[in-house]
Design a protein. Structure first.
Lengths: 103, 217
């Protein structure tokens, strides 16, 4: 099976995409990533903004209409969802390997 | 009485780390940065009596749309960083911590930090290309002796053989005329050299950061 050249995703990208299954603005993503990783992954403001820009360029997320005049709201796209599913598959097989060896 | 406001002039070009350290040094002396005008190489500090003096961090980014800039500033504000200097066409944006429990840095991994220097490199490259374009109309004015024999730009006979007061007086007297005659080429040379230095420095920094993030992964 030929896998996407973007895999494996970085932990940050993976968590941002998961956070954006539900629409949210930049700071909401930062909070959600922190929650999802139980405080292990904290994204700083400059890194967050750059990550959003990169993901928009890859068309894995898109900007959706928002009620907030200042803050843009983003959401995952179908392409983003596909890459996320592929990454989840990869991670599951990694975990299976770990279980086989009773790690 | 101690001065309340101090104004300092420094040239940093693309060395954002050095610029932050310079600002931090004043912070340690109890001064808070209130205004940064990198275009004029000018920094204004204010004596601050409070226990908490915010740290300042610099981002470089060109954002062409005003509403996108609002979105950018709002994200920083939500995360606890208030804009002190910079606007949507300035490139350099200076942020201060809104409270002491805000994380010290605005970049949490070296990859995004290396992208900062990639943007600075792109800027230096565009300056460099502009300077190349500007060279063609200047070519007739450009006196190459400026680089090989800068002393020849001075026309006072025997100036370089004289010494002491005579030399200093003669040099200072003629300097404005030299600058007047060769103004455009001198400015061009400074601009050309500065953009070239910025290109090299930002590329080196970007590469160093990229390598360090590669080692981790």
């Amino acid at each position: 099976m030929n896998r996407s050249k973007y895999l494996p995703l970085t932990e940050t990208t993976y968590l941002i995409l998961i956070a954006l299954i539900e629409p949210g603005h930049g700071y909401r993503i930062m909070q959600k990533v922190e929650e999802l990783s139980e405080g292990n992954v904290r994204i700083a403001a400059g890194t967050m903004y750059g990550a959003i820009e990169n993901l928009l360029k890859l068309k894995w997320i898109k900007s959706v209409p928002s009620e907030d005049a200042r803050r843009k709201v983003y959401q995952i796209t179908d392409a983003g969802m596909n890459i996320l599913k592929e990454e989840a598959r990869r991670l599951r097989s990694m975990v299976e390997v770990a279980e086989e060896y009773k790690l | 009485m101690e001065q309340n406001i101090i104004i300092r002039h420094r040239i940093f070009l693309v060395n954002l780390e050095k610029e932050q350290k310079f600002i931090d040094a004043y912070r340690e002396k109890g001064y808070k940065l209130v205004k940064a005008e990198p275009g004029w190489f000018k920094y204004t500090f204010l004596k601050c009596g409070e226990a908490f003096i915010p740290k300042v961090r610099i981002d470089y980014r060109t954002i062409s749309k005003r509403d996108e800039y609002e979105n950018y500033i709002a994200l920083y504000e939500d995360a606890g960083w208030k804009l002190i200097s910079g606007d949507f066409h300035s490139g350099r944006h200076y942020f201060e911590q809104m409270s002491p429990n805000i994380d010290d840095e605005i970049f949490s991994d070296s990859e995004s930090y290396s992208e900062l220097y990639k943007r600075l490199f792109a800027y230096a490259l565009s300056c460099f290309l502009i300077s190349i374009l500007c060279f063609f109309p200047l070519i007739k004015l450009y006196d190459f002796r400026m680089l090989t024999h800068p002393r020849d730009l001075f026309l006072t006979p025997g100036l370089w053989e004289s010494s002491g007061f005579k030399f200093i007086a003669g040099f200072l007297f003629e300097l404005p005329f030299v600058l007047w005659r060769n103004g455009a080429p001198i400015i061009w040379t400074v601009f050309f050299a500065a953009s070239l230095i910025c290109m090299i420095k930002s590329k080196m920094k970007e590469k160093a950061l990229k390598d360090s993030s590669g080692n981790k992964g």
